[in-house]
Design a protein around this ligand. Structure first.
Ligand code: IMP
Length: 422
């Protein structure tokens, strides 16, 4: 009953899509368990690159079942567009399944997201404006509309109109143009008809697969430091991004889990607002952004870049229970003479290795940096761990030691073939 989970251990954009694609060689089912189309998982096959937002990253392997689990918030129109885009590129979308328990995102959620951000002042989060927060808020308020409702157009219309009217009242209070409910409903009705055949009870589907001995991989989106409980609250996303989220967000019991893969980028990036102790504002930061192509896959925003933060990632690996570490983008560090690693935080003269719960406190810490010698050579064509320069191996060993996890996979470029085991 091998169920593995793959999660990000920083602030997202660690290269999870690529790793999932590599790991799906031997996988029968890939399950997304949280988040929505705020995610942008990039998969490169040959010279082509594909960005996935809601569809699990197993879609490019024939025979892999791709499950959009109950823990997601699903942009109805966005999913249709994404599925049609995949089909237009010649890949089958027959193996996609959408949970009847997943929550749905409509236009009013996106407008509410933008409205909240524009009124937030210093509490602005820098969301992707995909309606993620408002849709999860509706779920918790028990006013959400779910996958199962796509199969019943009469019920769907009733619920959609009632919710859209409720939101329109709120928009009117803020002098925002109301949603044209008739026009929006026409789009939703069409999308529902398209998606309806893909909707099923994915909890039974996943558990039947586990019982039948199939290999199931749960694909995390965003990452631990953006988790609603464990991240840099309030500068977080609205779901449980840590590995435990796979149990609730896919309906899998904890004892069924075998390995937790933690994807870690060899340096750190963050999109949106919020504290980031190792952020670099100098030419080193620029170099990381340029060489690492650090621009958001979903929004195109430039990512903030900094040295590897072992304090933050150690907390993430602890909560996630990472037992297999996949280090990505090691090649981006090729040209540095020296590479910084944050091994502790200094807070008001006190040194700690603990990740603070308070975003204000985190914003005020001074990173304690350790300097490791760079390797100063191009490693993008290296195909095995043994062939890595000694300094690169030392760097990897040090970060694995600091985050208290075992190295398992190293990635030195975006393509499938630029990945090897340790
Ligand atoms: P939301 O998920 O759109 O509500 O955004 C909340 C925060 O999470 C913002 O700082 C976003 O930039 C960040 N975020 C959301 N999804 C991703 C992702 O896939 N990668 C990196 N950051 C993300």
């Amino acid at each position: 009953m091998p169920v593995d989970i793959l999660v990000g251990t920083q602030w997202g954009d660690e290269g999870k899509g690529k790793l999932i694609d590599v790991l799906t060689r031997d996988v029968d089912m890939v399950v997304r368990f949280q988040g929505g189309n705020n995610a942008g998982h990039t998969v490169e096959i040959g010279d082509e690159h594909y960005v996935l937002h809601l569809v699990p990253s197993g879609i490019f392997r024939p025979n892999v079942v791709n499950v959009i689990g109950n823990g997601l918030v699903v942009d109805v129109l966005g999913l249709v567009e994404e599925m049609k885009g995949i089909a237009a590129k010649g890949f089958s979308i027959d193996n996609i399944r959408l949970s009847n328990r997943a929550q749905l995102i409509f236009e009013y959620h996106k407008r509410a997201d933008a409205l909240k951000e524009s009124n937030a002042g210093t509490r602005k989060i820098g969301t992707t404006k995909r309606g993620i927060g408002p849709a999860y808020a509706d779920k918790m308020n028990r006013t959400g509309i779910r996958g199962i409702d796509l199969k019943n157009p009469i019920r769907l219309e009733e619920q959609f109109r009632a919710e859209a009217e409720r939101y329109n009242k709120m928009f009117a209070e803020h002098n925002i143009a109301p949603l044209n409910i008739d026009e929006e409903w026409a789009l939703v009705r069409e999308a529902a008809a398209f998606l309806s055949p893909y909707v099923c009870d994915t909890v039974y589907l996943v558990n039947d697969a586990i019982k039948a001995g199939k290999n199931v991989l749960c694909e995390g989106a965003q990452a631990a430091l953006l988790d609603i409980d464990h991240g840099t609250y309030p500068f977080v996303t609205s779901s449980n991004t840590v590995s435990g989220g796979a149990c609730t967000g896919a309906g899998i019991a904890p004892q069924k889990i075998r390995d937790t893969w933690g994807v870690i980028k060899a340096y750190t990036t963050r999109v949106g607002e919020g504290p980031f102790p190792t952020e670099l504002f100098d030419e080193n930061g620029e170099t990381l952004r340029k060489i690492g192509h650090e621009f958001g896959a979903t929004t195109g925003r430039p990512r903030r870049c900094g040295w590897f933060d072992a304090v933050a990632s150690r907390y993430a690996c602890m909560v996630d229970g990472v037992n297999k570490l996949a280090v990505t983008k090691l090649d981006v560090l090729d040209q540095f003479e020296q590479i910084g690693v944050c091994v502790a935080y200094e807070i008001n003269g006190r040194v700690t290795k603990e990740f603070p719960a308070s975003a204000e406190e985190l914003a005020a810490v001074k990173p304690v940096l350790e300097w490791l010698p760079g390797w100063k050579e191009d490693i993008s064509a290296v195909t095995s761990y043994d062939k890595l320069p000694e300094n690169a191996k030392k760097y990897l060993a040090r970060i694995a030691e600091l985050v208290d996890s075992e190295l398992a996979i190293i990635s030195v470029g975006p393509r499938r073939d630029q990945t090897f085991e340790v």
